[in-house]
Design a protein around this ligand. Sequence first.
Ligand SMILES: *[C@@H]1O[C@H](CO)[C@@H](O)[C@H](O)[C@H]1NC(C)=O
Ligand SMILES: *[C@@H]1O[C@H](CO)[C@@H](O)[C@H](O)[C@H]1NC(C)=O
Ligand SMILES: *[C@@H]1O[C@H](CO)[C@@H](O)[C@H](O)[C@H]1NC(C)=O
Length: 290
Amino acid sequence: MHIPTLVTALTFGPAVLAAQLKQISNYNNNAQAKPGMWVYVPDSVKSDALVVAIHSCQSSAQSYFQNSKIPWHQGSDRKGYVTVWPSSTSQCWDVSSKASLTHNGGGDSNAIANMIKYAITTYNIDPKKVYITGGSSGAMMSNVLAATYPDLITAVSLYSGVPAGCFVSSSGQSAAWNNTCSGGQSISTAQHWGDVVRGMYPSYNGTRPRMQIWHGSVDGTLSPNNYNETIKQWTNVFGVSMTPTSTKPDTPERNYRMDDFGPNVEGIWAVGVGHSVPSHLDASEAWFGL
Ligand SMILES: *[C@@H]1O[C@H](CO)[C@@H](O)[C@H](O)[C@H]1NC(C)=O
Ligand SMILES: *[C@@H]1O[C@H](CO)[C@@H](O)[C@H](O)[C@H]1NC(C)=O
Ligand SMILES: *[C@@H]1O[C@H](CO)[C@@H](O)[C@H](O)[C@H]1NC(C)=O
């Protein structure tokens, strides 16, 4: 240990070491699905925003939180916002059953919505500053949450997922893998994908979350075709053209391309990047307005 570190630890020890990822055992979850809820409240809360960080398959809230490639813990410390870390009870999130693909259907999406409601009240979150991010299965769930709980979510930044409803299971199985979608063969019209979103909460007519969609061009797990399909889906929901209004090469870094579709949909196509695209804290925070 360096001397300066030691001095810092001695001087500010209790404050510096206080913040930890904590489990909330009772988050008023009335859904049938019972994923775990974990929360990180930084030592110095400087923001009334909430970021929900959703893990990939074969992970958990704790391992995602500790993963050095997942920067939301650092973002929380730096900018002082609270983060919620849902933890699934199956290997991957349930993005395949009717229960999870329906507003208040009782599935994983419903349980995560309950976590958001609990966090809004408990940590004095501004309900207009609720942000969702996730990678892979967590990105699929981010799309599903945007579709099923548009009333709760302000903006989404998702890495390497598939359109909401693309992993649907014809037999209604929960947390099923879908080879047609993962293999890039679930190709449909923008209208169809938009209808899938609207069908998850048919009575809803309010504003929708702003969507930032990242995908790698050589993704071997969730076919790169899913980039286009997801763009089709959300441009249709927002009623805008799926031809970008502007395209910025080498943004936010070399070999990435930022495609803008107006103020509510942004795509980032990462040339030569596989599964998943690493989280880009600055660009995601910028999309959220943090
Ligand atoms: C996989 O998803 C597609 C939609 O993307 C759906 O049409 C198909 O029935 C699903 N396959 C299975 C085996 O459930
Ligand atoms: C939207 O839904 C609300 C509640 O269901 C309803 O009161 C309102 O009239 C609807 N607005 C439009 C424009 O359809
Ligand atoms: C996405 O769709 C556009 C327009 O349909 C097409 O030109 C482009 O090749 C597609 N890109 C991928 C990666 O599928």
